[in-house]
Design a protein around this ligand. Structure first.
Ligand SMILES: [Zn+2]
Length: 133
């Protein structure tokens, strides 16, 4: 299965900024991301506001796939949960992730993958779960 953003096989996505941007656009619904050597800024969903109620226009893409980025990766799972019934299984080493999604009363595998780290596995599995639809 290929990524709808970059057309590369999802299981070949490695930890890094390219994968972070794919997750931001495909899973998190960011509208636009511009990339340069030191600018991975993007425009998040239009309803996203800061604690002062101000609309956020551009901000750095979180490091969803970073080996120590489990908190950011979990935000991706929560994003899926906001619109779907989602069950996620992570093995004891955190490297095998399966995401099941409830569709029309039946549980289906939305995305399943293995990676070196849990955050990267979560990124790949959520990309598959969204691309599957
Ligand atoms: Zn991609």
């Amino acid at each position: 299965m290929n990524c709808p953003r970059c057309d590369k096989p999802i299981d070949e996505h490695e930890a890094g900024r390219e994968t972070d941007v794919c997750v931001a656009v495909v899973v998190m619904g960011w509208l636009d991301v511009k990339m340069s050597r030191d600018d991975y800024g993007g425009q998040p969903m239009p309803e996203e506001r800061n604690e002062f109620g101000e609309l956020l226009i551009w901000k750095p893409v979180p490091e969803y796939s970073a080996p120590d980025g489990i908190a950011a990766a979990w935000e991706v799972v929560e994003r899926l949960r906001a619109s779907r019934y989602v069950d996620i299984g992570v093995d004891e080493h955190g490297a095998q992730v399966q995401i099941d999604v409830l569709r029309e009363g039946n549980w289906e595998t939305g995305g399943s993958t293995r990676a070196d780290t849990a955050p990267l596995a979560i990124c790949r599995a959520t990309l598959k779960a969204v691309s599957n639809e």
